[in-house]
Design a protein around this ligand. Structure first.
Ligand code: SF4
Length: 239
């Protein structure tokens, strides 16, 4: 399979089949913790990076040949080797997937393009959106997520707040914390204020455990993660 991967089992999404919407690795960020390695194409240019028709052909083939697996899926997940909202056909793909009975669709996004009303409109067909927000200051944003030049963390935050207003499905906000970089308690308190403005259904606290893009990217201790979970409140969980 070229664009589909899995099904994979995860604590977060259960059994999910992934669809990759970009070429490897095309992203608006070059996060220090990225498990896919360095971003090859750091861009904000939206395009049909993977042809809609090719994704659909592969999906049809998979459905025809994996009836049992289809019945056992918890989600189809739009994600993969880059930022899925960069693909201009994401709305068409969501519409197509919504016609498959019993299927729920999750979108994993770094939230960088959500400040654009048109991008938010295009993803309203998802059932679950899992955006990430690792930092709330521009300085830390540049250090951790290494965004395409000109992307402002304030815009990312405003995009998330607008998404919450417009999107009727669930939003699970993921926060990736790196030891000694964005896990400072003063930063966590600022993050909590921003999370209250965004008002997601859940906050999922994560820390890098597998191979990161850069050396020196270390996980936060369990003890500290628990303290951070307490600060972030009832909707926060450690994943
Ligand atoms: S946003 Fe996701 S795909 Fe892009 S660099 Fe960060 S972790 Fe990797």
């Amino acid at each position: 399979m070229r664009y589909l991967y899995g099904p994979i089992k995860s604590r977060r999404l259960g059994v999910s089949l992934g669809i990759n919407l970009t070429l490897p690795k095309t992203c608006t960020f070059d996060c220090v913790y990225c498990q896919l390695g360095k971003t090859k194409n750091l861009t904000v240019l939206r395009s049909e990076y993977i042809k809609f028709s090719e994704i659909i052909d592969e999906l049809r083939w998979w459905i025809d040949n994996h009836k049992d697996d289809l019945a056992g899926l918890d989600y189809i997940t739009l994600s993969g080797s880059g930022e899925p909202t960069l693909n201009t056909k994401i709305s068409d793909l969501l519409s197509y997937l919504k016609k498959i009975p019993g299927l729920k669709v999750a979108l994993i996004t770094n939230a960088s393009l959500l400040v654009q009303p048109s991008v938010r409109r295009e993803i309203l067909g998802a059932d679950l959106i899992v955006p990430s927000l690792d930092t709330v200051t521009q300085e830390l944003f540049i250090k951790v997520d290494r965004p395409y030049k000109g992307i402002k963390i304030e815009d990312v935050i405003n995009g998330l707040i607008a998404l919450r207003r417009e999107f009727k499905g669930k939003i699970w906000l993921e926060v990736m914390l790196i030891k000694g970089i964005n896990d400072d308690i003063r930063h966590i308190r600022k993050l909590k204020e921003v999370i209250e403005r965004i008002n997601p259904d859940k906050v999922q606290i994560n820390s890098p455990v597998r191979t990161a893009s850069e050396t020196g990217v270390l996980p936060v201790t369990n003890l500290k993660l628990k303290k951070i979970q307490q600060i972030l409140g009832d909707r926060a969980e450690i994943i």
